[in-house]
Design a binder for this molecule. Structure first.
Ligand SMILES: *Cc1c(COP(=O)(O)O)cnc(C)c1O
Length: 237
């Protein structure tokens, strides 16, 4: 198979798994948005899916890489409707650039960073943001423990004119089994329901290639999928 055929079949496989997970959980498939994680993907592969209008939301983990691709590469310029999400940790000294480049900051974990984003957002732009919850004790993992994340979300609601807090994002601990993951996802989903029920554009971003089916069954609205789209069956092709 050609590279593009493999990419398309990866994409449709992920969509079918998402639809099946929604069905099992009695959820409307239109309540779940696929967030395509492009951080390891080749430009050509991302462009192939963009040209077929298959990607509505994309995620990058580094500001600099996103800038090079989405701001400096003319091949990406036509795709202005695609929503760009930042899913990696945002350093304060990159907040100004991020506020211009991204539509969503899904990895917010600090009040001052939100203030900087609001100050630097271009006139008329409302940046949407998720507070990142940390589900492990690992120091290297960013985000805040659940209770602290909920406190930050409450503080941020309505605090800044150009940043709207819309929900939570969390990364599952590596190597946890199905029941432990479902329990963690369920806890975050309960907090999300309690805290963001009435919020327009609310999103709960749980699940990656390895665990998105469980995450969607537990209530994720924005699973983040990279390797199943852009790596699977593509090595050496
Ligand atoms: C890289 C990354 C993903 C995508 O992971 P895959 O396992 O490749 O699907 C999702 N979320 C975050 C925060 C990431 O950094």
């Amino acid at each position: 198979m050609q590279r593009e055929e493999i990419l398309l079949s990866n994409f449709y496989d992920v969509q079918a798994s998402l639809a099946a997970a929604c069905k099992r959980a009695h959820r409307d498939p239109s309540s779940v948005t696929l967030l395509a994680v492009t951080k390891y993907a080749k430009d050509e592969d991302v462009l192939a899916l963009l040209r077929k209008h298959l990607l509505q939301d994309v995620a990058e983990s580094r500001v600099q890489q996103a800038y090079a691709r989405w701001h400096q590469n003319p091949l990406f310029a036509p795709f202005t409707q695609v929503k760009k999400h930042l899913i990696g940790h945002l350093q304060k000294n990159k907040a100004a650039k991020a506020a211009v480049l991204f539509d969503w900051i899904d990895s917010l974990d600090d009040f001052e960073t939100a203030r900087l984003l609001s100050i630097h957002a271009p006139q008329g732009k409302i940046l949407r943001a998720l507070v990142q919850i940390k589900l492990t004790d690992k120091a290297s993992q960013s985000g805040l423990p659940l209770a602290q994340a909920r406190r930050l979300a409450a503080q941020l609601k309505g605090a800044f004119a150009n940043v709207q807090i819309c929900g939570y994002m969390a990364v599952a601990p590596q190597g946890a089994g199905e029941s432990a993951l479902r329990r963690l996802f369920g806890q975050v989903a309960d907090a999300f329901k309690a805290d963001f029920q009435q919020v327009p554009h609310a999103q709960l971003s749980l699940g990656m290639s390895e665990d998105f089916v469980w995450a969607v069954e537990e209530g994720s609205t924005l699973p983040r999928i990279g390797s199943l789209l852009f790596n699977r069956n593509l090595e050496g092709i």
